[in-house]
Design a protein around this ligand. Structure first.
Ligand SMILES: Cc1cc2nc3c(=O)[nH]c(=O)nc-3n(C[C@H](O)[C@H](O)[C@H](O)COP(=O)(O)OP(=O)(O)OC[C@H]3O[C@@H](n4cnc5c(N)ncnc54)[C@H](O)[C@@H]3O)c2cc1C
Length: 441
């Protein structure tokens, strides 16, 4: 990942912490030394605590506390918990460009910069910034391969058919009705990958639920930010000006642009919350520089991503109007760093606003990406509400929920479905594959 400045300097995070330190040292020797120590610690936090915790169900409160207290890393993470990403970044680093870079990397996956209570996630996101991964052939390959496994094992995918009702009889989930009037009977159980409002209030229905649970579900909070996503097909790869001094910048997986100061980034975060649209920084990725199979020979693809307000702030008309404006300003700003990024270089483009996300994923209610805000009161064993943090619905037998509104939040590798699978395996006495030799989780 890299941050480019208009004066041609770049700051790069490499997988190798020493190389990252050499890049940071252009800005601050002290920050470079701090980074090497912090990166080693964060890797240990990931390996020992954070990654394993992602792929198991949340522990009961007392058990979790005892586990954390009994281990040095657990105690370190507890010390970070009350701190906001901003406080952690400012405690670690002194230089404003270094701070900008690491605050962005801490918050680009949904943490609010001043949110207190989830500070232990900052090491996760900073470790991730040095370890991004791309699915060869494009992300759709992952879904296709998974669907092949499903069919091979006798499963079937029926769609697109929105589910309009989950039929409950005598406390059991019996089947689902779809909007076109079909009814599908459940063999053994039903698993919902939809948000809590859809699953409980719209599809199951309040009459099957405890009143307190309904109140808490109604109180479920949505994300405060979303993104504009612009996908482009390009005639030629970007010619980075900064690559003249630092050829490695061209190989960066994620490029961050247009934040010349720390305050600009903070102001951008604040503006989004207030529903303001401004010409601000964004990040960008060129999949074809790393995986040429994603475009015809010699051609390229690009993804541009800029923070946006949640869906509720603007009307449909406003979002549609913003589409062209956002692409225009991104391309204009891009040309400061890579002059050949003009409309002449663009073969085709597609922009997704929060409105498009919400149309395609009705479960992403505010056009976000994690079916709900990341905050302490909706985290871990409280996500989405304590009664169902165990992936099973208490008032209805044989009904489960597996989506990113459960531990451990959004992202394609974040474990909620796997954790739900583990719960089903236990309930139905199936083989516990995670106990097989050689498996970590
Ligand atoms: C634009 C965008 C970019 C992202 N980029 C990344 C990334 O780079 N890396 C990463 O790790 N994560 C990324 N994410 C996040 C990741 O995709 C999500 O966190 C993840 O998909 C959440 O999984 P889920 O099962 O909870 O919801 P979903 O993936 O949304 O699955 C729920 C499915 O249910 C369908 N549905 C909704 N309502 C109904 C209904 N009534 N009946 C039937 N079906 C219904 C939806 O259409 C959807 O297909 C991105 C998300 C978005 C929106």
């Amino acid at each position: 990942m890299s941050l480019s400045l208009q004066d041609g300097r770049t700051l790069c995070i490499h997988q190798d912490a020493e190389r990252t330190a050499r890049s940071i040292a252009q800005f601050s020797e002290k920050d470079a030394r701090t980074y090497v120590k912090a990166a080693a610690k964060f890797k240990e936090y990931m390996d020992v605590f954070i990654a394993p915790a992602t792929y198991c169900r949340p522990h009961p409160a007392m058990e979790a506390m005892a586990k954390m207290n009994s281990h040095e890393i657990g105690r370190d993470l507890q010390a970070l918990q009350p701190m906001s990403p901003r406080a952690i970044v400012e405690e670690l680093f002194e230089n404003e460009h270094v701070r900008t870079f690491f605050l962005y990397a801490s918050c680009m996956w949904g943490l609010d910069y001043d949110l207190e209570g989830l500070g232990f996630l900052v090491p996760l996101y900073l470790n991730r910034a040095a370890n991004y991964r791309l699915v060869v052939g494009g992300t759709h390959h992952l879904a296709h391969v998974m669907s092949k496994v499903l069919y091979k094992n006798g499963g079937m995918i029926i769609g697109p058919k929105p589910v309009s009702k989950i039929v409950i009889e005598n406390g059991r989930a019996k089947g689902v009705e779809t909007e076109d009037g079909y009814y599908y009977e459940a063999g053994k159980f039903i698993v919902s990958s939809l948000n809590p409002h859809q699953t409980f209030l719209e599809l199951v229905g309040e009459k099957h639920l405890e009143p307190d649970f309904v109140v808490r579900t109604n109180d479920y909070k949505w994300e405060k930010t979303s993104f504009f996503h612009v996908h482009m097909a390009l005639t030629e790869a970007p010619e980075f000006k900064a690559a003249e001094n630092n050829p490695e910048v061209a190989k960066s997986f994620i490029h961050l642009f247009d934040y010349e100061s720390y305050q600009e980034l903070i102001d951008h975060f604040d503006a989004i919350r207030m529903g303001e649209v401004r010409d601000a920084g964004f990040n960008s990725c060129f999949p074809t520089l790393h995986d040429p199979s994603q475009a015809p020979a010699g051609k390229h693809t690009i993804l541009l991503e800029e923070f946006a307000a949640p869906l509720r702030f603007f009307s449909e008309k406003d979002w549609l109007k913003m589409k062209r404006e956002v692409v225009d300003h991104m391309l204009k700003d891009w040309q400061i760093y890579a002059p050949n990024m003009t409309w002449d270089n663009v073969i085709a483009h597609n922009i997704q606003t929060p409105l498009d996300v919400a149309y395609r994923h009705p479960d992403m209610k505010e056009g976000g990406w994690a079916e709900g805000a990341m905050m302490l009161s909706m985290h871990d064993r409280f996500r989405p509400v304590p009664e169902i943090a165990n992936y099973r619905i208490p008032d209805v037998k044989n009904m489960y929920i597996c989506s990113s509104n459960l531990h451990s939040c959004g992202g394609i590798g974040r474990g909620s479905s796997y954790n739900c699978f583990k719960k089903i395996v236990e309930d139905f006495d199936l083989p516990k594959i995670w106990e097989e030799k050689g498996r970590e989780y």
